[in-house]
Design a binder for this molecule. Structure first.
Ligand SMILES: O=P(O)(O)O[C@@H]1C[C@H](O)[C@@H](CO)O1
Ligand code: GUN
Length: 289
């Protein structure tokens, strides 16, 4: 690991060495990676023949510090596919630099995945949304990136991806179509949404004025994760699918203020995680390795 600001982050060799070490702890060779959002780690319990690797067992891996994020990789079989789940992700507000927040994506790519599924808990900004809705990410707004904290800042190694990557089409059209069809089959039509996720740095939830601003910018939901992971995934050529569980509605008016808490986020997560997990499992079943 280097410390010079132009060379921050793990080198290509560092990433490959971490991936190699982790693969020695499991018999599985995953093709699909899944990052579980706050309170959404239960999908890991559905994995057959699980091999669990705790983050603290992996040299150079950050540790998860947020309630609802356990801090382990779970390898195994889901719907016949070999997967690796991150049960616990890293957030910028925990004090990790952006490149560290997203480094597990490069490790998973080095382990052999070709598709990344990212899930999160998010606040609803679109007034037509309701708490408990599931929102497929059509696109995102990288607010930290737009303000100088892009996850790809630093020297670029072309073996990871290009210096100036396109971010249009980050979320795979085919996966979006498949997920929508599955949601209809499962009877989730009334709670299924599609929209734009905006990432803020956190850990503060939004003021009313900030929620109005984010809504005016075209965002349908707001959260504190996902975007750095999706940007790094697109950069290194992974197919990406993103989905948010709307755990609370952001206040757009001073007359109806809802002061969101993390406990509320986890509670709705617990209540609604089953449907999100079902949708993600069925989608995994349809992904071509
Ligand atoms: O990891 P995610 O994005 O699901 O977590 C959300 C955003 C904050 O970390 C936390 C707020 O309750 O939930
Ligand atoms: N920023 C933000 N993140 C969330 N994660 C879950 N709910 C919210 C929310 O309302 N705002």
């Amino acid at each position: 690991m280097t410390t010079d600001q132009s060379e921050v982050g793990y080198t290509f060799d560092d990433i490959n060495s971490i991936a190699k070490d982790v693969l020695q702890k499991t018999q599985h060779r995953p093709t699909i990676g899944i990052i579980c959002g706050s309170g959404l780690g239960g999908l890991a319990d559905k994995v057959d023949q699980p091999d669990v690797v705790h983050y603290h067992e992996i040299k150079e891996f950050p540790v998860a510090t947020v309630q609802g994020h356990e801090g382990k990789l779970v390898f195994g079989k889901l719907e016949g596919k070999t997967v690796v789940l991150m049960r616990g992700r890293f957030h910028y507000y925990e004090g990790y630099p952006m490149w560290k927040v997203a480094m597990p994506v490069r490790v998973m790519k080095a382990m052999g995945i070709s598709t990344l599924i990212v899930t999160n808990a998010a606040g609803g900004l679109n007034p037509e949304f309701n708490t408990g809705d599931l929102m497929i990410l059509r696109d995102h707004i990288d607010l930290p990136g737009l303000t100088g904290e892009c996850v790809l800042i630093g020297r670029n190694d072309e073996r990871f991806g290009p210096r100036f990557p396109a971010t249009v089409g980050t979320y795979d059209d085919q996966l979006i179509k498949q997920a929508k069809a599955i949601a209809q089959e499962l009877g989730y039509g009334p709670v299924l949404r599609e929209g734009v996720y905006i990432m803020i740095g956190g850990p503060t939830f939004e003021t009313v004025a900030e929620s109005r601003l984010l809504r005016n910018w075209g965002a349908d939901a707001v959260g504190m994760s996902t975007v750095p992971e999706a940007v790094v995934a697109k950069h290194c050529g992974l197919k990406v699918f993103g989905i948010s569980l709307i755990t609370d509605m952001c206040s757009l008016s001073y007359d109806a203020v809802n002061a969101t808490t993390h406990e509320e986020v986890l509670k709705i997560g617990q209540k609604r995680a089953g449907d999100l997990q079902k949708l993600v499992s069925c989608l995994i079943g349809k992904i071509q390795d």
